[in-house]
Design a protein around this ligand. Structure first.
Ligand code: CS2
Ligand code: MG
Length: 409
């Protein structure tokens, strides 16, 4: 079975998505996700200009060989654009292989290790009453764990606070990226954040009790000592994890954090390969792997990093925002269902418009996410509907400190 055609489709139903369609010479179609929030056209050009010509005529079943070929033959390895492009190919080929086998992908990965995936949803608020309502709404959607993000006194717009984001311009799917010609400028004050956040977790614990698993995303903004202080001050509130507390480029930072706090740590949504996790996993500096199939080279490397992590009792917590398309999301739900060391799955619901383009078989019942038993990934892509929504320029925001210094967003 040979690859006969490969087409790249960029569509923007509620946000931009990059989708790869691979068709075999006997007419089987596989779908892959190469979406890179705010830099979508770079991946689509990388695929169309440099990868598609290499795919035509290749054995559609040779997934590992094709992955290694695209990774090694480029010479310029890794990086978000390259790895999102390779991810799209890898997913589409797994979709094809599973469709030919007549099985949902998780069966090819070893079968189901559990009935479904526990998820966490997002809750946020400008004040405590709004945050409590948001927690209740998240629980009502079926999530059993909740990520808490909150406004900070004196800071105008903080990452992850949906109502704030919506008030400051056109946003989509509660995600921070705005569609427009220029990125939005936000502000940040780490001191105010470190003082305020523990008071919010105390209030949430008092309102919702000791058992509800709570998470928090630091979005790469702290120094190692600031993160240590935050981890320590949140220990009484028993977090499921503190995510991305320090910038992702410096794995040694987490050695400092680890020495100073027993709050569990998660990182990796901006990582591209297993090498980014090597130091963190082998030194047991993290508890959860935050990679996303779409930004990590697809299903194949996600399996490998989780097998590596398993040797150290480190679990999965795959990145699942709406900037991963339903195809990329399904791919990692299949991985999560099959691996032994599954931890939790982040789950943000896609908009109705997105779901018109992507027909998802996935189900979310009694707090369990299941990728469906459709053959393949379980997602169909409607090219006609996609064509109704052309690409729209969109950027993630950026941050400045009160004195104007640029800061991590
Ligand atoms: C995030 C994302 O889901 C998360 O934990 O940190 O919302 C992230 O900001 C976006 O994926 C950026 O595109
Ligand atoms: Mg995050």
């Amino acid at each position: 079975m040979r690859i006969a055609a490969a087409d790249v489709i960029v569509t923007s139903p509620s946000r931009n998505f990059v989708t790869l369609k691979i068709t075999t010479d006997d007419g089987v179609v596989g779908w892959g996700d190469g979406t890179l929030n705010g830099r979508e056209l770079a991946v689509s050009a990388y695929l169309a200009e440099h990868v598609v010509p290499l795919l035509i005529g290749r054995d559609a079943h040779a997934i590992e060989d094709t992955w290694q070929f695209l990774y090694r033959s480029a010479y310029w390895r890794r990086g978000p654009v390259t790895m999102a492009a390779i991810a799209a190919v890898d997913m589409a080929l797994w979709d094809i292989k599973a469709k030919v086998a007549g099985l949902p992908l998780y069966q090819l990965l070893g079968g189901a290790s559990r009935v479904g995936l526990h998820t966490y949803g997002h809750a946020s608020g400008r004040d405590l009453p709004e945050l409590f309502d948001s927690v209740r709404a998240t629980l009502a959607e079926g999530h059993r764990s909740v990520r808490i993000q909150t406004a900070i006194p004196g800071v105008k717009a903080v990452y992850g606070v949906a109502a704030q984001a919506q008030a400051s311009g056109e946003r989509y799917d509660y995600e921070p990226a705005g569609r427009g010609p220029l990125p939005t400028e936000e502000d940040w004050d780490t001191g105010a954040y470190l003082r305020h956040l523990p008071t919010v977790f105390e209030a949430v614990r008092n309102e919702f009790g000791a058992e509800l698993p709570l998470l928090h995303d630091g979005h790469h903004r702290m120094t190692p000592l600031q993160a240590s202080r935050l981890g320590r001050s949140l220990e009484p509130y028993d977090l499921f994890w503190l995510e991305d507390c320090t910038p992702a480029e410096n794995p040694q930072a987490l050695e400092v954090v680890r020495r100073n706090t027993i709050t569990p740590l998660a990182i990796g949504e901006v990582f591209n390969t297993v090498w980014d996790f090597q130091h963190l996993i082998s030194n047991q500096l993290i508890d959860y792997v935050r990679a996303a199939s779409t930004h990590f080279g697809g299903v194949s490397p996600l399996r490998k990093v989780m097998d590596f992590a398993a040797q150290y009792q480190i679990k999965s917590g795959f990145h699942g925002p709406t900037d991963v398309s339903p195809i990329g999301f399904a791919a990692q739900v299949h991985v999560g269902l099959s691996i032994h060391n599954f931890g939790i799955q982040e789950y943000m619901l896609h908009s109705d418009r997105t779901n018109r383009v992507f027909d998802q078989g996935m189900t979310f019942v009694d707090g369990y996410l299941h990728p469906s038993d459709r053959p393949g990934l379980g997602v169909d892509f409607d090219e006609q509907v996609a064509a109704e929504f052309p690409y729209q320029r969109a950027y993630l925001p950026f941050n400045r400190l009160p004195d104007g210094t640029m800061h991590d967003w």
